[in-house]
Design a protein around this ligand. Structure first.
Ligand code: KIV
Length: 288
């Protein structure tokens, strides 16, 4: 049985702030970061020790059944971030800027970052890209919206990267990734996601920046581990990336529960007396 950190110390869970990210890095304190796209799941994550929630555009696949993330819109993101903010008041919430919402111009990027932050109440926005995004990040930060970067495998532009593949696999590409990370830090991100990178490259990159590196498929030498909740709890079954460990088997438990409901309905075991309103109404008495 796992012991919650908050329970152990007797303290209530403390919501992280943007400043805590740097503090955690300085103190070498690890933390975890998972996705949520709705109120119920957000409230479950809020009850756990998890420090950060991402309302990622991966909701395109996980919640909407799309093949990828590129079709996700600002309206989709706003629709899903709002209930997560409501369900997880003690957890830092990241809102993903969807593909096309920050690529046209710096003005468009500021407009959509401010909109997402203001309309949903999330704690920061996240956007994908390396050195080419530096000016955009600088402008959004200057407008007052905290930005989390995302480099390595960037799902929104996975097509141009040749698909969902490991990044930084040659010395030149590894050096470019480290350059991306340093440029993002200089542009003002307070943390950055690093996705699908060999662990040695991730280790070197993590040592080169002063903001936390949040790794997904990037090995153990990063500052924080990220996973899509529906992957790590074995709920989403279309695809399982190599880096995903199943920490519970919720899909199987749900199918079992549904089958038990079906069986008990068919054999009359459900609903038994305890699940009925048993008041007797004249003219409507029941024999048994
Ligand atoms: O949208 C998402 O879930 C992400 C994670 C893969 C980090 O960006």
């Amino acid at each position: 049985m796992s012991v919650h950190v908050a329970e152990q110390s007797g303290d209530k869970k403390q919501k992280m702030t943007v400043l805590d990210f740097k503090k955690f890095k300085e103190e070498g304190r690890k933390f975890t970061y998972v996705t949520a796209y709705d109120y119920t799941i957000a409230s479950i994550v809020n009850e756990s020790d998890t420090e950060v929630i991402l309302v990622g555009d991966s909701l395109g696949m996980i919640m909407l059944g799309y093949d990828g993330t590129t079709a996700v819109t600002m309206e989709d993101m706003i629709h899903h971030i709002k209930p997560v903010v409501k369900g997880a008041p003690d957890t830092f919430i990241v809102g993903d800027l969807p593909f096309g919402s920050y690529h046209e111009s710096i003005e468009q990027a500021i407009h959509n970052a401010v909109r997402l932050y203001k309309e949903t109440g999330c704690d920061c926005v996240k956007l994908e890209g390396g050195v080419e995004m530096a000016d955009t990040i600088r402008a959004i930060v200057k407008a007052g919206v905290p930005v989390m970067g995302h480099i390595g495998l960037t799902p929104q532009t996975a097509g141009s990267l040749g698909g969902f593949k490991v990044q930084g696999g040659t010395p030149e590409r590894a050096a470019q990734l480290i350059e991306d990370a340093k440029t993002l830090e200089e542009a003002g991100v307070f943390s950055m996601v690093l996705e699908c990178v060999p662990k040695g490259v991730a280790k070197a990159l993590t040592a080169e920046v002063n903001v936390p590196v949040l790794g997904i498929g990037a090995g153990p030498y990063v500052d924080c581990q990220v996973l899509v909740l529906q992957d790590m709890l074995d709920m989403y079954s279309d695809f399982k990336p190599k880096f995903v460990k199943h920490f519970a088997h919720i899909r199987g438990a749900m199918v079992d529960g549904l089958n038990q409901f079906h069986e008990e309905t068919l054999n009359g075991e459900f609903p038994s007396k305890e699940y009925c309103f048993n008041a007797t109404v004249e003219g409507y008495e029941i024999d048994k």
